[in-house]
Design a binder for this molecule. Structure first.
Ligand SMILES: NC(=O)c1ccc[n+]([C@@H]2O[C@H](COP(=O)([O-])OP(=O)(O)OC[C@H]3O[C@@H](n4cnc5c(N)ncnc54)[C@H](O)[C@@H]3O)[C@@H](O)[C@H]2O)c1
Length: 350
């Protein structure tokens, strides 16, 4: 229980991870009328260090546990009288989904089913009828643009909300399945649910295994910077705080049962990303190893990821036109802030 029981309690899942931890701090500060409960299993990807800034906030509560644990999820709904869910928890790394797909199905599919089913039972009397005190309650499912599959490098086409799903990796297939479960709960039971499908995020607190932290870490260590295949795969990069602002808008103002794409119109090849980061580092911390002219000399092409999608790019027109969302950062401004954050993390003051 929270002491402040005039506040609404919202359940966030997986908020010890990259996006969720950025979101908690943004949301706590913006909405003093909410209490936030964070249910996170603290897998290798979750880190309570990400939440140091709010650990003693009386409106924030951390619970270590699995979203697949129905008893625990039911306990949390009852104990905190949960009136909204924003569901981030997932296995999120494509490479891991190729090595070990089972845990992706377990967490991303079964976990999402458990959460949405408990929410429906707690908030609703019967299909299309909410309990009177839970009329406003909403389930917001956080998903990815990877559910749409891949775009061609040659065309300028974009993923819209009506692009057919065509997931290619076990990760994207598990996220696509979870989206379908949410859709079914909206269509069959009339649950007040929304889905956002976002492009690649970058920014502070991302796990070391992902592309941008890997480039920075390897460069600073003077080690080879691994780039898959020919480095020409394209992703549409969004600064994590812009994603948080999009989630906020859709959670509060999105239409029930709808999905919204979130993306920054910042398409970059992996080669462009590594090149930009190396030039920022060259300026901030010139290489000390005399055999290198630039951190660029560390770039090494490695065997491509199996089934590597060539290009993702989001059309965010619906979110922009209907809810007034705009990304505040472009890639050039966001990446400088991001590199500066990782330098502080790695103990380099610049
Ligand atoms: N990172 C991106 O670029 C990106 C882009 C679009 C969408 N998404 C989606 O956003 C969400 C968050 O992504 P992220 O990058 O912050 O992921 P992350 O891997 O950094 O964090 C995931 C969090 O979920 C927790 N978790 C994992 N399994 C759990 C379980 N069974 N029960 C409870 N908690 C569990 C982990 O401990 C971790 O804290 C995911 O649903 C992901 O699919 C991510």
């Amino acid at each position: 229980m929270f002491n402040n029981n005039t506040n609404k309690s919202i359940l966030l899942t997986g908020a010890a991870g990259f996006i969720g931890s950025n979101f908690v701090l943004y949301f706590l500060e913006k909405y003093p009328e909410y209490n936030l409960v964070n249910l996170d299993l603290l897998t290798y990807a979750g880190n309570l260090e990400n939440l140091k800034e709010c650990e003693s906030n009386p409106r924030y509560k951390f619970i270590k546990g699995d979203i697949c644990n129905r008893e625990l999820v039911e306990f949390i709904f009852n104990e905190y009288d949960i009136q909204g869910v924003i569901h981030f928890a997932a296995e999120s790394h494509v490479d891991n989904s190729i090595k070990n797909p089972g845990v992706f199905v377990q967490t991303n599919v079964n976990g999402t089913y458990t959460l949405v089913d408990v929410a429906k039972n707690y908030w609703m009397e019967k299909p299309f009828t909410c309990k009177p005190e839970y009329k406003e309650c909403r389930f917001h499912h956080i998903s990815t643009d990877e559910v749409y599959g891949t775009l061609s490098l040659e065309l300028n086409d974009l993923f819209t909300e009506s692009t057919p799903y065509a997931p290619n990796s076990p990760y994207s297939a598990s996220k696509a399945s979870s989206d379908m479960i949410i859709r079914a709960y909206s269509e069959t039971f009339g649950l007040n649910a929304v889905i956002t499908n976002c492009s690649n995020n970058y920014g502070p607190k991302q796990h070391d295994e992902k592309l941008i932290p890997t480039i920075i870490r390897k460069a600073l260590a003077g080690e080879n910077i691994p780039i898959y295949g020919d480095g020409k795969n394209i992703r549409d990069w969004l600064y994590v705080l812009d994603h948080c602002k999009g989630i906020d808008l859709v959670y509060h103002n999105g239409k029930k049962g709808e999905t919204y794409n979130i993306g920054g119109r910042n398409e970059r090849t992996n080669l462009q990303i590594v090149d930009r980061i190396c030039s920022i580092l060259d300026e901030m911390i010139p290489v000390s190893n005399s055999s290198l002219k630039s951190y660029r000399d560390l770039i090494t092409f490695v065997e491509d990821r199996a089934g590597h999608d060539r290009r993702y790019a989001i059309d965010a027109t619906k979110l922009e036109n209907e809810l007034g969302w705009r990304a505040d950062e472009n890639f050039d401004s966001g990446i400088v802030k991001t590199v500066a954050w990782y330098l502080r993390k790695y103990g380099i003051n610049k």
